[in-house]
Design a protein around this ligand. Structure first.
Ligand SMILES: O=C(O)CCC(=O)C(=O)O
Ligand SMILES: [Mn+2]
Length: 243
């Protein structure tokens, strides 16, 4: 057991709830992707200690499920745990043939706290729903996709908070004719297209806005060296008038 723990060195300096917190870099980096697409990254959105508090709470209290979704008509176990939180009365979310049950913000007060912090960081945003992901190890991932469901409107703003193990987040420009989905796609074009990588830190916030969901795909690929869990919160706004 001791030997195993020695071998499993976390890739992040903040990789476990027991590791010491160090000061990080504050501020925000804005990346103009061109064509009206933009990414804003805040590496130290939440303090390290608060981030571990949230991580422990969510890990324990969220009713996680790992649903079977459908990709190109075939059933596929989603490669991460998920949970959906939404304000009352919103149009139902449906993706890859899956309609998640929606839970209430009121049952998870820390989520309301984080939502408030997101709104403070981005005044004028009005998120009303949240998809939470738990990546238990580097084997869990999200494949290339865009959060371009109709119910988010034509220019969705997505705010993504990361807790726990650092993971790479990729963005690549959509290319014509490319077929994407949750399944790993070894033949996906990656060489010639424009690409950006963000190493998502514990306590960070990444916001995608403008035409990012229309023109770009994003993913969090498998990582053999990611030995510990990561929880990700993606805040979204369901348009009330969506049809
Ligand atoms: O885990 C992440 O950073 C991204 C998750 C994501 O893209 C999604 O839930 O749509
Ligand atoms: Mn996404």
């Amino acid at each position: 057991m001791e030997m195993r723990q020695m071998k499993l060195m976390p890739i992040s300096e903040f990789a476990s709830p027991n590791s010491k917190c160090k000061e990080g870099v504050n501020g925000r980096n804005v990346t103009d992707l061109g064509g009206g697409s933009e990414v804003v990254y805040l590496p130290r959105f939440l303090t390290c200690g608060k981030s571990w508090e949230y991580f422990r709470y969510l890990d324990k209290h969220i009713p996680w499920t790992r649903p079977t979704i459908h990709v190109f008509g075939k059933p596929f176990l989603q490669p991460r745990d998920v949970c959906y939180i939404a304000s009352k009365g919103l149009k139902e979310l449906s993706y890859s043939g899956y309609k998640p049950d929606s839970y209430s913000w009121d049952d998870y007060p820390p989520l309301k706290e984080i939502l408030e912090e997101v709104h403070k960081a981005f005044p004028g945003s009005h998120f009303n729903s949240l998809l939470i992901n738990r990546y238990n190890s580097g084997n869990d991932y999200v494949g290339w996709h865009a959060d371009d469901e109709k119910l988010y409107g034509p220019t969705p703003e997505i705010a993504s908070v990361s807790l726990g193990c650092e993971r790479d987040f990729f963005l690549k420009k959509k290319s014509q004719g490319e077929v994407v989905g949750e399944r790993p796609n070894k033949r996906a074009k990656t060489n010639s297209v424009e690409k950006h990588t963000f190493n998502l830190k514990h306590g960070s916030l990444l916001l995608m806005r403008g035409n990012t969901q229309r023109d770009w795909l994003h993913s969090v690929p498998k990582r053999a060296k990611a030995e510990s869990a990561r929880i990700n919160l993606t805040f979204r706004r369901v348009m009330q008038m969506a049809s």
